[in-house]
Design a protein around this ligand. Structure first.
Ligand SMILES: Cc1cc2nc3c(=O)[nH]c(=O)nc-3n(C[C@H](O)[C@H](O)[C@H](O)COP(=O)(O)O)c2cc1C
Length: 393
């Protein structure tokens, strides 16, 4: 499978096109809207943003709520477009000087540190930083969530589920050994305003975000993504770009503001002796193989082992600070304060939903590589055939 997204944050719409999805999956616009609404909430959001509605329109690849096997194309309309039509009009305009003089169309010349603003302006020759920030904005992640909704539905057909939860916000950490959400715990995680599964840490995270907000500051954090029900052997050891960990890491790092990925015990493994770093293998009476621990996070040599997948992703604090950082004005070349954009104090809770989506896409892609199949029933049959072939091995 492959996908492309297009669209600017305040343009008329975002578009996602997903190719390679099998026929026979039931996904309605309502399913897309429900998943998109999970991406909007979370403590630390500016209230106005939390209430923004997403309006989706499926343009192709689906008939009567069932995928056809043809490319799926979905538009996510910008409900605020009427306010932005002059500033972001894709058509040539005679009144450009007027548009750029005031209001939303006014040129932005004070790039924000930690954003695409300065480097993209230099690289693409923009004289208005808006040309950079519109596409670099994490609004694009709405299109990823649409793609992820289809991927999750395919995975669900073969009993695979993807769950994320927040394990750290601004240094407020879930303690080692705390319970992790299982495959059916997503609603419990979503019920927490910081999407934290540990109730004690939840309250401390909320307090930390409130304190950052009061200080006019922002916070990052760490998100854990888990996948249950994976068969052994998704991905491959035979070539670098077929390794599942390569692909998952790239996908996670492609999400705006993600700065690090670890699988299983990850960076901690570097400080341990080998005797405490791997997962020893036993064979059960029923002929299945089992690991005695979960240090590798369900991946060995670029392949799923059949254990739950476990990875963590570090997100940096939001770079649009209410108290702007120092920068340089691109017109005057004088020191200045960075532009302020409407922004959250902490986007870690909702970033988890985006990470679920990109992880789901990579897992669905790896699943289809293993099973092939143009229709869902064929995917299921081929997977069952493969799993049966493992019996007695
Ligand atoms: C879900 C989500 C929401 C985000 N919200 C904001 C925001 O409100 N303000 C902001 O400045 N950055 C926000 N970001 C982060 C920026 O998009 C990101 O830092 C920026 O594009 C630079 O990319 P880089 O950090 O990957 O280098 C958000 C990221 C995600 C994943």
């Amino acid at each position: 499978m492959r996908y492309l997204t297009a669209g600017e944050s305040h343009g008329p719409a975002l578009v996602a096109t997903l190719e390679g999805l099998p026929a026979g999956l039931q996904v309605s616009s309502q399913d897309l809207v429900a998943e998109l609404s999970r991406r909007r909430l979370g403590h630390g959001r500016s209230p106005r943003m939390a209430f923004e509605e997403d309006r989706v329109e499926v343009l192709g690849g689906v008939r009567h709520g069932v995928t056809l096997g043809s490319p799926v194309s979905v538009v996510i309309h910008n409900t605020e477009w009427p306010k932005w039509v002059d500033a972001m009009d894709p058509e040539p305009r005679d009144d450009l000087d007027e548009i750029r003089a005031t209001g939303r169309g006014q040129r932005l010349t004070r790039p924000r540190p930690g954003h695409a603003d300065l480097t993209a302006a230099l690289k693409y020759g923009y004289d208005d930083v808006r040309d950079a920030l519109e596409r670099a904005s994490a609004r694009e992640t709405a299109a990823r969530v649409v793609v992820g909704t289809y991927a999750k539905r395919l995975l669900a057909e073969v009993g695979i589920s993807v769950v994320s939860h927040v394990v750290n916000i601004g240094g407020e950490q879930v303690p080692d050994g705390a319970a992790r959400p299982g495959p059916d715990d997503l609603d419990t995680v979503d019920a927490s305003s910081v999407r934290c599964f540990d109730p004690d840490t939840d309250a401390r995270m909320v307090a930390r975000i409130d304190a950052a907000h009061a200080d006019k500051d922002t916070l990052g954090g760490t998100i854990e993504v888990l996948a249950y029900g994976l068969p052994p052997g998704l991905g491959s050891h035979v070539h670098w770009d077929r390794k599942l960990d390569t692909r998952l890491a790239a996908a996670c790092l492609s999400v705006q503001a993600m700065k690090g990925v670890e699988f299983g015990d990850g960076f901690d493994l570097a400080s341990r002796p080998g005797s405490q770093a791997h997962d020893e293998i036993v064979r059960e009476d029923d002929g299945t193989y089992r690991r005695l621990s979960d240090r590798a996070g369900g991946l060995e040599a670029g392949m799923s082992t059949g254990q739950p997948l476990r990875l963590r992703v570090a997100m940096k604090p939001i770079s649009s600070l209410p108290q702007p950082l120092a920068t340089v004005d691109l017109d005057t070349h004088q020191p200045a304060q960075a532009i302020t954009q409407r922004s959250d104090a902490c986007a870690v809770p909702r970033a988890g939903v985006v990470l679920e989506s990109v992880v789901a896409f990579e897992l669905a892609d790896a699943l289809l590589e293993k099973t092939g199949g143009d229709q869902v029933s064929e995917v299921r049959r081929n997977l069952d055939g493969y799993l049966s072939s493992l019996e007695g091995r």
